[in-house]
Design a binder for this molecule. Structure first.
Ligand SMILES: [Zn+2]
Length: 444
């Protein structure tokens, strides 16, 4: 099956790239060609990821052979990490022929829709409404604060807590030691901290199978594969699967990889790069633009119990429970929304938390960050805290007789200075941790 010409890809992107590279002698020209090609594949990949119906998405990936090229991509724009390998859902032999023709029709329809997509964006119309993959839920829970959640019982691979939370610890591993500091608003670095002081919510952007009994095996397998993948890379502290099982991945007290380059502010404190201060909670689902709640009721209830347990245990302030999309940045280009999982649609209220989409975006207000067309293509419009932060920049410009662009530039230079100090401090702590490990080893 060939992909419609709109994608501009040949049958096998990798083979084509290799063939073409062999014909280019000049190494600089070769590198430039490779980089351009990968950028093009990534942009096609992003458009494929926006296809809302999973079987169509699988058909398109298979038809484009783009699944082979994904391993080369530097990032997965809708989530925290490149998704584990994708497989097609099982199809009974009798149904295969019908599904084949249905898939051909859907590929053609989706191709036409995608071909029209960039034009409609440029015309300034609303982005297409994406349908949810998981069941749609109203917000059912009231916002009681957590109190006194305690360990009731435990076994070799599980813990049970008084609020009904059950944590599966089969996959738990140690991470790097935590050592981080917050900035004060005037740019001073605070004391060294070692305990977690916040939460960041993610979506896994992995394969999502239909939530039906006949898919039990596939549903279980995809969670186990995802967990093994996360454990190897020490990504997230918790994964909540689609049946609401909470799995510990990296020990809470340790640092995990999940929030990368990021910015947040609580009161007088400013936080750069939230892997240090936060615990990462990932819901096994695809965020799908956040236009409908993408998690199951079981996930919502488990996520709420897990949040209450962690907030109670580590004394975490409610405005330090954020989403990845709210805090993620591209530091080099000074752009918000580098990762956009939960950049809208997180059910803060159902988790007993303040709606942080309304908070003025600290990346914009403090550091003059902006957003680009790619961000708008996914989001349609930014969350409310972005325009309110932009109003703060405009007021500052009016007060000081500068242009808004001047204010942005001044503030993004402030970010560069703070980030440089933050990086030096992180390097110093890595050096100290290395020295401590050497001392410990020589004492044995
Ligand atoms: Zn994420």
């Amino acid at each position: 099956m060939r992909l419609p010409r709109v994608f501009g890809l040949k049958a096998d992107p990798i083979a084509e790239l290799e063939d073409r590279c062999r014909t280019i002698r000049d190494p600089v020209a070769k590198l430039r060609y490779m980089r351009r090609s990968l950028e093009h594949y990534e942009s096609v990949d992003e458009r494929l990821q926006a296809v809302p119906v999973a079987p169509v998405r699988w058909a398109l990936y298979r038809a484009s052979r783009l699944d082979k090229a994904r391993a080369l991509f530097s990032h997965n724009p809708n989530g925290a990490l490149n998704a584990p390998p994708r497989r097609r859902p099982p199809v009974a032999p009798r149904a295969r022929r019908a599904v084949h023709w249905a898939a051909v029709l859907m590929v053609v329809a989706a191709g036409l829709a995608l071909a029209a997509y960039p034009r409609s964006r440029r015309a300034g119309t609303a982005p297409p409404t994406l349908s949810p993959v998981a069941e749609h839920l109203p917000l059912p829970l009231d916002g009681l604060p957590p109190q006194g959640v305690w360990l009731v019982d435990s076994g070799d691979d599980w813990e049970l807590y008084s609020n009904g939370l059950r944590i599966d610890t089969t996959y738990a591993v140690a991470g790097e030691p935590r050592r981080y500091r917050a900035f004060s608003l005037d740019g001073e670095m605070g004391e060294v901290l070692h305990k977690p002081s916040g939460l960041v919510y993610h979506t896994s952007e992995s394969d999502i199978w239909p939530l039906r009994e006949s898919y039990n095996e596939k549903l279980r397998d995809s969670s186990q594969n995802l967990l093994r993948y996360l454990r190897r890379r020490q990504v997230y502290h918790y994964l909540v699967d689609r049946f609401g099982q909470a799995f510990r991945v990296v020990e809470e007290a340790d640092r995990a990889n999940h929030a990368g380059m990021s910015i947040w502010r609580t009161g007088e404190r400013v936080w750069l790069n939230l892997n240090g201060p936060t615990i990462g909670i990932c819901f096994e689902t695809r965020w799908e633009g956040g236009r409908a709640l993408p998690i199951t009721r079981a996930q919502l209830e488990a996520g709420r119990r897990l949040t209450d347990y962690l907030r109670d245990k580590w004394s975490i302030a409610p405005d330090m429970c954020v989403t990845h999309g709210l805090v993620s940045v591209n530091p080099r280009r000074h752009l918000i929304g580098h990762h956009v999982d939960w950049a809208r649609g997180f059910p803060f209220e159902a988790f007993g938390l303040p709606d942080l989409y309304d908070r003025p975006s600290p990346a914009v207000a403090l550091f003059g960050f902006d957003y680009d067309e790619q961000f708008l293509a996914v989001m349609g419009q930014p969350w409310p805290g972005v325009p309110s932060a932009e109003r703060e920049l405009a007021e500052e410009a009016a007060r000081t007789g500068q242009t808004v662009a001047d204010v942005r530039k001044e503030r993004s230079e402030r970010y560069d200075r703070w980030l440089a100090r933050h990086t030096r401090d992180a390097e110093e702590s890595a050096r100290q941790a290395g020295a401590a490990a050497t001392r410990t080893a020589s004492n044995h």
